[in-house]
Design a protein around this ligand. Structure first.
Ligand SMILES: N[C@@H](CCC(=O)N[C@@H](CS)C(=O)NCC(=O)O)C(=O)O
Length: 215
């Protein structure tokens, strides 16, 4: 059976589970314990030379990098989440890259410095937090406008581009990123968050977040 190595608090890992759920795949979820440094153990480094999650093991075929993983899973399973028609597929790739490189990087700067750095006793980089908000102010309106066209990032149905963006925006509340000025994003997010593929994964995400904020 497909194995997904991940952690509940990682948007990259949740993205992979969200896609696997949306396709309807059965999988074994193997949680990696960072405190025990399981991700740097010799056997783990054989799967990922840099010791990172997520990774999938598909009957001995190992893949890392969440965006490569979700494309592989969708394509292998003939899912409409990743269209076959070249131009549509390229648009999905385009929005995956835009969200990951721009929105995702901005979110990471904020999330790491506001939420994780104080907990792992690393110096907080205030400039990175400011940059993160500045980039979001620049890129979220682009997402807002795109979703406003047809209800999704590409066309009238959910694709990998939406799932990627949904996972990236998951920590907005804890990172104090206010989405209320973006009506289309708020509505799109609300609609997707009600669906089974999301609620199945988010329960654990929410519980882990709560545990972390209490500790
Ligand atoms: N670009 C990668 C990011 C993976 C990543 O940075 N994962 C973090 C967890 S959120 C990690 O494993 N960090 C441990 C480390 O870098 O040692 C992806 O999309 O999968």
């Amino acid at each position: 059976m497909l194995k997904i190595y991940g952690g509940n608090l990682s948007s990259f890992c949740n993205k992979v589970r969200l896609v696997a759920n949306a396709i309807g795949l059965e999988y074994e979820y193997k949680k990696i314990n960072f405190k025990e440094r399981e991700h740097k153990a010799p056997d783990f480094l054989k799967m990922h030379p840099a010791g990172k999650i997520p990774i999938i093991d598909d009957d001995g075929f190992f893949v890392f990098e969440s965006n490569a993983i979700i494309k592989y899973l969708a394509e292998k399973n003939n899912s409409s989440l990743y269209p076959k028609e070249l131009k549509q597929k390229t648009q999905v790739d385009q929005w995956i890259d835009f969200c990951s490189f721009h929105v995702g990087n901005a979110m990471d700067k904020i999330l790491f410095n506001k939420v994780f750095a104080p907990r792992i006793k690393v110096t907080i980089d205030e400039r990175a937090i400011q940059d993160g908000y500045m980039f979001l102010n620049r890129y979220l309106p682009v997402i807002e406008e795109q979703i406003g066209r047809d209800g999704f990032l590409v066309g009238k149905k959910m694709t990998l581009a939406d799932v990627n963006c949904l996972a990236i925006l998951d920590p907005c509340e804890i990172a104090e990123v206010d989405l209320s000025a973006y009506n289309n994003i708020v509505q799109w997010r609300e609609d997707l968050k009600k669906q089974d593929f999301y609620t199945k994964c988010h329960k654990e995400y929410g519980e882990s977040l709560l545990r972390m904020t209490k500790s």
